[in-house]
Design a protein around this ligand. Sequence first.
Ligand code: DAH
Length: 343
Amino acid sequence: MTILEQLEAAYEVGLAGLESAETTEQTTEWYRETLGKKGSVQLMSRQFGKLSNEDKPLFGKRLNEIKNELEEKLQLRQAALKRAEIDAKIASDAIDVTLPGRPQPVGRLHPSTTVLRDVLRIFGDMGFQVFRSEDVVTDQLNFEELNMPPEHPARDMQDTFYTEDEGVLLRTHTSGGQMLAMRKFNPEPIRVVLPGMCYRNEQITVRSEIQFHQVEGLVIGEAISLADLKGTLTEFAKRLFGRSVNTRFRASYFPFTEPSAEMDVYLGTETERDRRITKGTGWLEILGCGMVHPVVLRNGGYDPEKYTGFAFGMGIERMVMNKYGIPDIRYFWGNDLRFLEQF
Ligand code: DAH
């Protein structure tokens, strides 16, 4: 092989090597082996002295051509590889818009909140205003002004959480809010519902909890009668349980109403569940009510000679248990997702 032929051979090998380089690192390596100081093409220049005078210019020209061409091809190859590497990175980072989305856990309303809202909406439609009051109240508000002086036996029905402050407690029912509503609206007529959390210092069992929601109602005006009470609450029951529901009022006793009653709705005895929650009678008690006691009216600043009114109070969790067939009240505040996610 002549030296010129050797040069052409080195060129061919260089070309082929460059074409087979698949990464930019491989082209750097290729450069070192081909055009670098000790590279195969570069080393050809050492043959120069062995050439005839005639071949020298030919060889020099060709060598320069080859080096330039290989340099140029290297640039192109490197640019192409760089491009391909960027494209591959983009492709691997890209979002596949055809993939289904990952489900996000969605929060939902607690069943007590749902039923509480249902009840408030029904009374709202019937012209009642929502009146809120605090959970921490005085003994005076929770008991005394509702006609339950300190030794009154009715206090035994509501075991109380007391605070360290004398005469300050967690409300055992929403009834105390009646006094606040009366003081606020006095001497205007009143038609309010008072929702709120109540607390009782009781043994926690399947049927009793230390906290629960109540909705209280209070209506005061100049000619409010027992007929208004019955009409309003019967209509409420029909809107909550369905138009065909049967209701009844039973005489009862509460210190803050006179006369007092409890309202039952008829669920029937057809299903095992209805027999269980109605203790076989078919009737479920849903609320306490009565005509506001004259002492209570007077404590609120309304003259019982001129004004009359009715009040009622209901426990929300009992309604939820009945509506959804929940057998144990302890699920409500247990925060167990397996329970909560069912609603
Ligand atoms: N406060 C009573 C309770 O917690 C419920 C109640 C009964 C409220 C009669 C009333 C009422 O306003 O008139 O058991």
